[in-house]
Design a binder for this molecule. Sequence first.
Ligand code: ADP
Length: 161
Amino acid sequence: MKTFIYPGSFDPVTNGHLDIILRAAALCDKLIVAVGDNVNKATTFSKQERIELLRTAIGDVSGITVEPLDGLLTDFAKKKNSKTIIKGLRALSDFEYEFQMALLNKILDSEIETLFMMTNVKYSYLSSSAVKELARNAGKIEGLVPESIRDRVLDKFKNCK
Ligand code: ADP
């Protein structure tokens, strides 16, 4: 049973994330999307909201679960019997941070492998921050986030005003 873990903040999930999720799920028996927090980024959506948005976006695709991530990713991986972390790469700008995290995780647990998946060229420019910037300014987010969560993302910013 091959289990991969795809960690991130998903604040909110975008079509770029979903593309990686579906492609990664096709390479393993079980994909766990692990929703955590990044100390450098305050999130707009609560962890529970981010999990719900991901679950709605993924729908009933089999072999994928969405779970909260608290604490160290390497501890989480061990608990889930996984030795494989999946990360998406958009541009060179992602590389330095991801490189550092992958090496750090390797030091924490030498059995863990981090695999990088290239972005789909259609989504190479897409980030959760870009979606939030557009949504906050009443811009169109069609095609950027899964259709099933679009209204909930827009509503969040309506309520903030
Ligand atoms: P961000 O806040 O930068 O969108 P997340 O922490 O939510 O980042 O991202 C989780 C993972 O998804 C990271 O490995 C990130 O590089 C990857 N990712 C984010 N957006 C895309 C995209 N458009 N295409 C491919 N990978 C992506």
